[in-house]
Write a protein that binds this ligand. Structure first.
Ligand code: ADP
Length: 397
């Protein structure tokens, strides 16, 4: 069964074509800067890479370009769009409605639209992708895979904020958590690597990319996670602050006459590694500069310290931890971050192996703890697209 996976962002479309159930990667690509005259298309197929810059007016035009590339005489990997039997869509917010992936129908479309209030930057483009795919691939079934679904098992005492309860009752203000597809994938894969059934593993999964989140997984299910109502809470991220004292906002509002929109921008786009360092949101740039630039070093120190604090608190949540799992661009490559966040935890049963840690980078999977470590440390490259394809296949077959 040929399955197309689509991840529509506000100005981008990430896609991958799979042959299921073998999960063979037939083609994949990224269309960036949609809406601009210099949209960039990166397309990989049969070991070839094709890059093109051209105007792409909107998501509809982006999907039309995708359809043309995968069926083109030269770059194509299928001969007709009708070969695509299903399309799997990444949807960021499923609110409390969805605890697993679903076949898309009118009710689901309405549900995703209703959740758009909780994710105004993400759900509208996700929905646009769904609507366009439905008209472009009329014979295909469509499946929604929600970032929030994996976290719907979090208990009420962990998802409820200590605010007047009416805000939960009236507006569903609560912790939802994100990156669920990635946390779910690495949970299943880690269980395989540990040789245990997934419903018997206790893990701390760290998804560290531009956005970062950490999840406590008990018996294969999410029981707590660092992102909250929105993907702003929790760990330090590339440009997002993560946790701060909310009273900072009142204080700064008075000092600098700042408005809601200013805080939205400051906390989401101007904080985190970029805000602290004043240099970059990219971990690699900061690592290159940390010996000569104090603020680059401070940004990395804060990032690693916050991560270590969360690891410690989730060890308390879980009591018995099989493994700490690293994934995402920083989790898969950042041996310095892995080393610093797992150091000094020997009394809690965590012993990192420095050599294995340094060697496990660039897509390598494996264990980086010492054989004597009670809690294993694993690096598992994430596969969100593959997980979306698997869910889609399960629902459609
Ligand atoms: P996204 O969340 O946008 O998918 P990624 O998962 O690709 O992002 O992660 C991006 C982050 O990964 C950046 O901070 C980047 O610096 C970091 N990263 C990638 N490679 C390395 C590396 N070799 N060492 C440290 N950090 C890395």
């Amino acid at each position: 069964m040929i399955i197309l996976v689509i991840n529509c962002g506000s100005s981008s479309i990430k896609f991958q074509l799979f042959d299921m159930p073998t999960k063979k990667d037939m083609a994949k690509g990224l269309i960036e800067r949609i809406g601009e005259d210099d949209a960039k298309i990166t397309y990989k197929y049969n070991g070839e890479k094709h890059v093109e810059v051209l105007p792409i007016k909107d998501h509809k035009a982006g999907l039309a370009k995708l359809a043309q590339m995968i069926t083109d005489e030269k770059t194509g990997v299928i001969s007709s769009l009708s070969e695509i039997e299903a399309v799997g869509h990444r949807v960021v917010h499923g609110g409390e409605c969805y605890n697993s992936s679903v076949l898309i129908d009118e009710t689901v479309i309405k549900g995703i639209d209703e959740c758009a209030e909780l994710a105004p930057l993400h759900n509208p483009p996700n929905l646009m992708g769904i609507n366009e795919a439905m008209s472009m691939f009329p014979g295909a079934k469509n499946v929604a895979v929600f970032d929030t679904a994996f976290h719907q098992t979090i208990p009420d005492y962990a998802f409820t904020y200590p605010l007047p309860h009416k805000y939960y009752e009236d507006y569903k203000v609560r912790r939802y958590g994100f990156h669920g597809t990635s946390h779910a994938y690495v949970t299943e894969r880690s269980a395989e690597l540990l040789g245990k059934p997934v419903d018997q593993v206790n893990l701390i999964t760290c998804h560290l990319g531009n956005g970062c989140s950490i999840t406590a997984v008990k018996n294969g299910k999410s029981v707590d996670t660092s992102m909250g109502l929105t993907p702003l809470e929790g760990l330090v991220m590339g440009t997002r602050s993560g946790d701060i004292d909310p009273a900072i906002l009142f204080y700064l509002a008075k000092k600098e006459n700042l408005k809601m929109e200013d805080f939205d921008r400051i906390l989401n786009k101007e904080s985190g590694l970029l805000g602290i360092s004043g240099i970059s949101n990219d971990q690699r740039n900061l690592e290159d500069l940390q010996d000569t630039n104090e603020r680059a070093k401070l940004a990395l120190d804060i990032f690693d310290y916050k991560l270590k604090k969360y690891i410690g608190s989730y060890m308390a949540v879980l009591n018995d931890v099989d493994a700490i799992v690293f994934t995402g661009g920083i989790g898969e490559n950042g041996s310095l971050t892995r080393g610093k966040s797992c150091s000094g935890l020997e009394a809690l049963g965590v012993q990192i192996d420095d050599r294995k840690n340094e060697e496990t980078i660039r897509g390598k999977e494996g264990e980086i703890s010492k054989p004597s470590s009670k809690v294993k440390i694993l690096v598992v490259p994430t596969d969100e697209e593959g997980r979306i394809a698997s869910d889609t296949y399960q629902l459609v077959k």
